[in-house]
Design a protein around this ligand. Sequence first.
Ligand code: GAL
Length: 391
Amino acid sequence: MKTKFRTQLNTIVLLLSLLPVSGLISGCQPKDQVVQYHQSFKPGEIWVDSDSIHINAHGGGILFHDNTYYWFGEHKTEGRGGNTALVGVRCYSSTDLYNWKNEGVALSASDEPGSDIEKGSVIERPKVIYNEKTGKFVMWFHLELKGQGYSAARTGLAVSDQATGPYTFVKSLRPNQKEWPVDYPESMKSQEYKTDLKWWTPAWREAISDGLFLKRDSEEGQMSRDMTLFVDDDGKAYHIHSSEDNLTMHISELTDDYQSFTGKYVRLFPGGHNEAPALFKYDGSYYLLASGCTGWDPNDARIFKADNIWGPWESLGNPCVGEDADLTFHSQSTYILPIQGKENAYIYMGDRWTPKNPIDGRYIWLPLTFENEKPTIRWHDEWNLSIFEGR
Ligand code: GAL
């Protein structure tokens, strides 16, 4: 496959170099300069990097630092088992968002047997934020321990002095051990439940909403699966994750160094079954985009709004409009990227998963803008940043 992409790329490069003023490709590039050849986004198509290879950064997120965008994501491999971490987290850099330089493996899966991040564990949805106070780049990611399916439900931490890494693994944990959510009513703390409630019955749903799994996991710490990070204007950072068997999303505050949980958290729509969170801020309000829970299969996105990160949150429904809006255009959210220097200009970043051959997963990047005060995402076969001009 790689050979095919290379051949395609070589053809494009050759054709462009024949144009009188390509401006983008020149015959004598400095060795480490990225060959600039993409001028648009083509959601769902193969997207080659500076090595002419399909970008390998699934479930990704973006850090903007020193005028450069850094894209971190899961390095997937071919065939069965390709969704487990056999390589780790890969990093790419870009200044124009179309053309990405492969910066190598930022966090390597470990060869050491018994390590939390041993090869064959699951490392998903890595996100990196920069801490101004410590000067450290802080990566959190969803971690599942090797051989345990998705039962560990932990979050992992790795840090680096440089954006591109290498990142050093620090710890993995279940957050908010023995802590109550800040919005949890006092009267419910001592409430007890029948333990034999049948799943999905009305009585079970009510118990979930009241905190059945919250209490079950209190000793060990709350489950943390699909996750994202968000840094607010005041420098405070939050870890947002699917918890309680993916039934309830939690928003948790991180410590000033971003490397621990303070124990302050809220539950968002208990029993709402939301995952794949992506949080951003617009005009002083917070917006949280999420998906439903259907594994690798797409479902309908949903977006929530709050004026305070601790809530109350209201649902604004599905931000997608048009054909296949009910399947998020065959993708699942992973990040919302604010475009630097532009107002009301965001990119919806989603994954079109291909579990039979994970490395072939495609990226669905689409413009997200506010229409009548509602975040809106529409499909485009091909688009570029000029779509945001004149707003
Ligand atoms: C999805 C989740 C992915 C991955 C997958 C495993 O629901 O969003 O990140 O965990 O399940 O089946």
